[in-house]
Design a protein around this ligand. Structure first.
Ligand SMILES: Nc1ncnc2c1ncn2[C@@H]1O[C@H](COP(=O)(O)OP(=O)(O)O)[C@@H](O)[C@H]1O
Ligand SMILES: C[C@@](O)(CCOP(=O)(O)O)CC(=O)O
Length: 322
């Protein structure tokens, strides 16, 4: 096989519809790719030691700062699998995914890098190899991640996921839209997961809330598959209340959830690790989504995106696993 001149790799961002935190304790979660926000990596030929260019760093990979520690781990791991030396290539990452907002920037960047390197070296990439490699850098950021971010960001359908048990595609007919709003406050996934673990060890009532989130997630899947948007909306709001009680929300997220509900959203909740980051709101259609996005910006959100829930293919990931 001949190396290509350029190897391109793409990955969408992701959001968790329901099941964040409880997924760490073996409960299911539902997440979906958000292609409108994505990472693109390009690998090209360049003589000398391997170079990396991204928003956090520009220079020789080996000399990189702590901010690219995940990439400093995953890139050599990929080259090891490909049996290639750490030289004569340059890797450039462009991403529109805000970092540390619960949209899976670290997983998406890692996915795009792995895809780009496999493309450059003209080597077929299997999904389990991709997810194992991405796990290398996700372990760096999250300690012991569930794997949900990587599974969702690399997918082209919504997924029903259980830690260690894999995932199933969810095919549904729900026509609603999600509005995603960034609170503008950095999320703190690792801290939230660690603090919750401590609290759960001391409180049986909190442990019951994890079980309740598990039940809500299964109900959410049924609502999606039955296209019951109002039922799904109230499940999302109930999940937000439980996450609040578990102590992983943030006043800015609670505020945006209240604004969305007052504006007629079918449901709304925080998404991802929490303590900052993003919230999501379910609305009936794209027109309502645009109205609500404006309202959320007026209420303090730093950015919004609109993602239809329609069960069609998400082209950014489709067909890229060759
Ligand atoms: N554009 C990018 N280029 C290189 N690395 C990135 C980029 N975006 C995110 N990352 C990496 O991902 C890290 C953020 O990961 P994390 O805090 O887990 O947030 P998220 O929930 O968005 O994945 C950043 O510190 C950086 O190391
Ligand atoms: C809190 C958690 O369930 C989700 C974290 O999501 P994010 O990386 O903050 O988008 C942790 C995990 O699944 O590993």
């Amino acid at each position: 096989m001949r190396d290509h001149e350029t190897g391109i790799g793409v990955s969408s961002s992701k959001i968790i519809l329901i099941g964040e935190h409880s997924v760490v304790y073996g409960k299911p979660a539902i997440a979906l790719p958000v292609p409108v926000v994505h990472a693109v990596t390009k690998t090209t030929r360049c003589l000398g030691l391997l170079r990396l260019q991204c928003s956090f760093y520009n220079g020789i990979l080996r000399d990189g700062t702590d901010q690219i520690a995940g990439l400093r781990t995953i890139i050599p791991a990929v080259l090891h699998v490909l049996k290639r030396p750490e030289k004569d290539i340059s890797i450039t990452i462009n991403s529109t995914i805000p970092a540390a907002r619960g949209m899976g920037s670290s997983a998406a960047v890692a996915i795009s890098v792995v895809r780009s390197l496999f493309n450059y070296f003209d080597t077929p990439l299997e999904r389990n190899v991709l997810l194992n490699l991405v796990g290398v850098s996700e372990n760096y950021f999250h300690g012991n991640p569930s794997g949900l971010d990587a599974a969702a960001a690399s997918s082209n359908h919504p997924i029903f996921f259980r830690k260690g048990k894999g995932m199933e595609w969810i095919h549904h007919k729900l026509r609603g839209c999600l509005v995603i709003a960034d609170s503008g406050i950095k999320g703190q996934t690792k801290r939230a997961v660690t603090a919750l673990k401590q609290r759960l060890m001391q409180s049986a009532p909190l442990q019951r809330k994890i079980n309740q989130l598990g039940v809500l997630t299964s109900n959410a899947r049924e609502a999606l598959e039955a296209a019951e948007e109002e039922v799904l909306g109230s499940i999302l709001l109930e999940a937000h209340r439980l996450l609040q009680e578990l102590g992983v929300s943030h006043p800015s997220l609670d505020h945006l959830v209240a604004v969305a509900m007052n504006d007629g959203a079918l449901g709304a909740k925080m998404t991802g690790g929490g303590c900052g980051g993003c919230m999501i709101a379910l609305v009936k259609d794209v027109r309502k989504a645009h109205d609500l996005a404006k309202k959320l910006m007026g209420a303090g959100a730093s950015k919004t995106w609109i993602q239809p829930l329609q069960g069609r293919d998400f082209p950014v990931n489709a067909g890229l696993l060759h």
